[in-house]
Design a protein around this ligand. Structure first.
Ligand SMILES: Cc1cc2nc3c(=O)[nH]c(=O)nc-3n(C[C@H](O)[C@H](O)[C@H](O)COP(=O)(O)OP(=O)(O)OC[C@H]3O[C@@H](n4cnc5c(N)ncnc54)[C@H](O)[C@@H]3O)c2cc1C
Length: 420
């Protein structure tokens, strides 16, 4: 027998689970499906390798949907400063320039905007786990996880999703929050623009010596940034996540190295701010691409998070855009329901696309400015961008604008992204 729902969400990752938590406070009957169970929180464990820099606006979203009360009992690392600079060139004419990398360094601090922190670095697994803890408290939500989907029919007015167990779920509205390879997007015949970057990223969880850091920084090389993201202490040990962007072949070589040799190379190539590393605990590599669905909405189907858009992760904004998608979508669906509209109607779902597409596109464009801007090896461009970074540090009003943008607190915020 088919099981009817008001909304089916495919993907209980960070974005899908946030949407479900936001909608759960209504009387909508919601099913949310994921093929992979969330990893439970283990105190004192080595942090997971996938982490995110969560903006203040995203923290508001997680608080407003109830996840922060679980999350704050786990491992969170606040960062109070954020710095960007460019490392001196190693080859060519640029290598003969005086080293102005410490002058040409832009550093943002939370206290400059009257905040205690600029954001948190949190393991993706913990965010997902805490959101799913909230879902378990709502009787109108069925968290179907782990469950494999074997068929989706998204063409008729009543959409059906068939699980491996033989259960058939039906609803007028399916939300695709199933990540970059979205099956919902494909089943709904929504095409996408996709472009692979020539860079890839190596991500490593490392343990380090000394006190817990409260700064996250990126030092640009001609091949892309070397980034440091501090993580919370666990089991009396300090951890950080390092990201090394480089050409795909170079990343492949780093992945093939023995871990002690890689640790020594990181210590040598990273700027001196990098604390003394004990060990590389884990590493992984990711191809980098950007993609944007041609539409976010069709009658009865809507895409959010990475299912709709992926961006170059160099400024760590991907899931922050996803949280904002979630907050806006929840607002629009709940308002429509209150006004007696059919929430699956294309006119309702298009309101979401109208609100989010331009913001997501703008962030995508901004990431490309960084990517191409710092990748340019011409001497005058290099000098100009170093001067730009140096003056940016000294121009108060410009800094405030950038910080408001980075914390996600600028513009017209949806209800869930506003401070509690
Ligand atoms: C190297 C790297 C570093 C990054 N760093 C940052 C950062 O610092 N800050 C930041 O904001 N973003 C960062 N991002 C981006 C961020 O990880 C993504 O934007 C975010 O994970 C998207 O969340 P999502 O919930 O939309 O998708 P996902 O995290 O991909 O979740 C999708 C969920 O759907 C499930 N699913 C998929 N298909 C199916 C199916 N057919 N049936 C059932 N379930 C399914 C999956 O199991 C998963 O749980 C980074 C990305 C990369 C590659």
């Amino acid at each position: 027998m088919n099981r009817p729902y008001d909304v089916i969400i495919v993907g209980a990752g960070m974005v899908g689970a946030t949407i479900a938590c936001g909608l759960a406070r209504s009387d909508l009957k919601i099913a949310i499906i994921d093929a992979v169970p969330a990893k439970p929180y283990e105190p004192d464990a080595v942090p997971g390798i996938r982490v995110s820099a969560i903006s203040l606006a995203s923290e508001n979203v997680l608080t407003n949907v109830g996840a922060w009360q679980f999350l704050k009992e786990t491992r969170l690392c606040p960062y109070r400063h954020l710095a960007v600079n460019e490392l001196p060139a190693e080859h060519g004419l640029a290598a003969k320039l005086p080293d102005i990398s410490s002058w040409a360094r832009t550093q943002f601090s939370a206290q400059e905007i009257g905040q205690s922190h600029l954001g948190y670095i949190i393991e993706n697994d913990l965010i997902q786990w805490s959101l799913q803890q909230v879902l378990l408290t709502h009787s109108n939500v069925s968290l179907l996880c782990p469950k494999n989907i074997v068929a989706m029919d998204l063409q008729s007015d009543t959409k059906t999703i068939t699980l491996e167990t033989g259960e058939v779920l039906e609803s007028a509205l399916v939300i695709g929050a199933d990540g970059a390879q979205s099956q919902v997007r494909q089943a709904a015949n929504i095409g996408q623009y996709r472009e692979q970057y020539t860079q890839s990223a190596l991500v490593a969880t490392v343990s380090y010596q000394g006190a817990q850091q409260d700064i996250t920084w990126q030092s640009f090389t001609e091949h892309g940034p070397l980034a440091f993201l501090p993580l919370a202490e666990s089991g009396g040990q300090q951890y950080a996540s390092l990201v090394w962007y480089d050409k795909t072949d170079a990343i492949r070589e780093l992945m093939a190295m023995e871990l002690p040799a890689l640790r020594r190379l990181i210590q040598q190539k990273y700027p001196p701010e990098l604390p003394r590393l004990n060990r590389i605990e884990a590493r992984g590599s990711f191809p980098l691409f950007k993609s944007h669905a041609h539409h976010y909405a069709k009658a009865g189907v809507v895409l959010a998070g990475d299912a709709a858009h992926t961006i170059n992760p160099l400024a760590g904004q991907g899931v922050n855009l996803g949280f904002m998608d979630a907050a806006v979508l929840v607002d629009i669906l709940l308002k429509a329901q209150l006004n007696g509209e059919r929430i699956a109607d294309l006119t309702v779902l298009r309101r979401f696309e109208k609100k989010r597409r331009l913001s997501n596109q703008s962030m995508m464009g901004l990431m490309d400015v960084f990517y191409h801007g710092f990748g340019n090896k011409h001497l005058p461009v290099r000098v100009a961008r170093n001067l730009g970074l140096g003056f940016a540090q000294r121009l108060g009003f410009a800094k405030h604008k950038v910080m408001a943008y980075a914390t996600g607190l600028s513009g017209d915020l949806p209800r869930l992204a506003k401070p509690v």
